[in-house]
Design a binder for this molecule. Structure first.
Ligand code: SF4
Ligand code: SF4
Length: 102
């Protein structure tokens, strides 16, 4: 079994999918954390990270170069959707494959 990939040398999942979540995860709602200025509306009840609603996909909060060295600029404030992806899971493997990172 191979080791899980290193997110700080990857970032593929932040540059592959529309990263959407319930609107109240943004900081204009009580208890919300995601900076609302970095989000875009997705229907009446959801939002997504800006940059993930168009192609090519790249979250506005992603810093660095995919596949080399990256960081999330809002790491402690990121949405549940971002927290759910785990290195080595299906979403991760799909994103990495799409970026040629195997
Ligand atoms: S979860 Fe996977 S695709 Fe996302 S940054 Fe980490 S290693 Fe890359
Ligand atoms: S908020 Fe951070 S973890 Fe979430 S998609 Fe953007 S860069 Fe990736």
């Amino acid at each position: 079994m191979s080791a899980a990939p290193d997110c700080q040398r990857c970032g593929a999942c932040c540059a592959q999918f529309r990263v959407s979540f319930y609107w109240a995860e943004a900081d204009d709602a009580r208890g919300g954390t995601v900076p609302v200025a970095l989000t875009r509306p997705v229907g009446p009840l959801h939002r997504c990270m800006a940059g993930t609603e168009t192609r090519p996909v790249r979250c506005v909060a992603l810093q660095g170069e995919v596949g080399r060295a990256v960081a999330c600029g809002i790491y402690t404030l990121r949405a549940s959707t971002c927290r759910e992806v785990q290195p080595g899971d299906t979403q991760c493997r799909k994103a990495r494959a799409a970026h040629g990172l195997g």
